[in-house]
Design a protein. Sequence first.
Length: 164
Amino acid sequence: MSVPIIIYTDGAALGNPGPGGYGAVLMQANHRKEISGGFRRTTNNRMELLAVIMALKQIKSTQLSIQVYTDSKYVCDAIEKKWVFSWKQKGWKKIKNVDLWQVFLPLYALLKPNFNWVKGHSGITENEFCDVLATTAAKNNPMEIDHNYETYETLEKNLGGLNL
């Protein structure tokens, strides 16, 4: 039996929307990888979901057990309560962050990770560390553009009612 991969993730946005960042820690046995990134304007929920996506993209084998720990009820409930599958089936009507969910779903189908919700800011070491990664990325004057968010935010202001 192979050693499972444990992933902790977090996302942050200063202002929501505002500068944002994601952070993730991947661990397997005595191996550890930390990833993070920031965007000049985005939302907390986008960064929470992007943290999971970026972590799953690091995994090369489809034969491993994967446990994802997130403090995002948005992400965890969408998956564990099967909301995301219903959203897709209904054509993503009035659902935000469709672009990210469409990237997430093939990764989910391929890797079959299990999701676990953890209470944020409750002293869970790796969750706290991911929070530091995410908020630091958001605070470090990120210049990367969350193109889908910024494009649709502008269109939504001008036209109203778009679904990110």
